[in-house]
Write a protein that binds this ligand. Sequence first.
Ligand code: TXA
Ligand code: MG
Length: 325
Amino acid sequence: MAQILDGADFRAIEVATAALQAGEVVAFPTETVYGLGADALNERAVAEVFAIKNRPRFDPLIVHLADQQAAPQYAAVIDERAAALMKRFWPGPLTLVLRKRLLIPDLVTAGLDTVALRVPAHPVALALLRAVGRPIAAPSANPFGYVSPTAALHVQEMLGDAIRLILNGGPCTVGIESTVCALTEAEVVVLRPGGVTVEEIEAVIGPVTIAASLQADPRSPGTLPRHYSPHVLLTLLAPGEPIPRPDKGRRVGLLTLAPRPDVVEFFAVETLSEDGNLLEAATNLFAALRRLDGLGLERVVVESMPEYGIGRAIMDRLRRAATRG
Ligand code: TXA
Ligand code: MG
C-alpha cells in the first residue's frame, strides 16, 4: 500500500519533493486526472514510470511546469500562437506540443523531436512543481489502457503496491485529461480533445484541425483506438438511438448524461449530471465507469453525448473505452 498524504499540508509537499529529487515516482493530483510523476530530467526515474504503468515506450509523456516562464528552457520554439495559448489557458488543461530542447531525455518524448508541456491548475501540483524546481514528467496514474484516476483512492487501488507515495488533492474538478495541441507545423492540430475545448482554442488562434478520433495518429503515438477502457464490455449507442431494454435477469448497466426516468430493468444506472451539464458529466465520467466496472456486469449500455464543447472529449473517451481488441 502507498501512503496517502494530504497535499494541502506543506510537510507532505516536502516529503514528495524529497522523493522526486531522489529519483522516486510520486502520484499527485491535477485538475484533470491524477498523474504519476517523476523528475523529467532523470532518465532512470522516467523509466520507472513506464515500468509501473506498463506503458509502451513509443508513447511519450507530458512534462509539467510550474509556470509559463519555465517553458523556453524546454521548448526550442515558442511562436505567437503558443504564447497566446499559454497566456490564455495556463495554468489549465491544455498541453502544447512544441519543438524540444536537447536536455529533455529521449525517453520522455519517445524519441520525437517535440515535447508536450503543460502547467496544471491545481494548488497541490503547483506547490509540488515549485518546491521540486524541476519539470515533472507525468502520465495519468493508471495501468496503461485503463480508466484514468480522478481520486487518490483510484490510484491506491490500481498502483498502491508499486509506489510509495500518493499526494491527495481531493476529486479532480475537470475529470478528463488535458487537450493535446500540436504547434509544430503551419496548421494547429488538436491531437486529443480534453479539458480546454476546441471552440475556446479557436477563439484565441483561429481555425484548428482535429485529428480523427478513432485512428492511431502518427503525430500522437498515444492515441490508440482502445484506451481508457474498463474491463466490462461497453455498448455505445448512436446519437438519438433509443435505449434498448435489457432482457429480464441480465446484469446490464446503463450510463446516461441526464436522468432517464423512462428506463427500466437495468441492474445499475449511472447518471453523469442531474441537469445534463456536460462539464459536470466530464467531472464524473471516469469515476462512474470505474463503479460500473466493479459490479461484475455483462455489459454497460452508454448513451451518446452531444459532441460540442467538452462533449467532444467525453465522446472521444467513450469511443476508445468501447473499442475492443
Ligand atoms: O491531463 C493530462 O494531460 C494528464 C495529467 C496528469 O496532466 N496527463 C495525461 O498523460 O493524460 P497521458 O500520458 O495519459 O497522455 C499524454 C498524451 C498521450 O496521448 C501522448 O501520446 C501525448 O500526450 N503526447 C505526449 N508527448 C507528445 C509529443 N511529443 N507529441 C505528441 N503527442 C504527445
Ligand atoms: Mg493516460
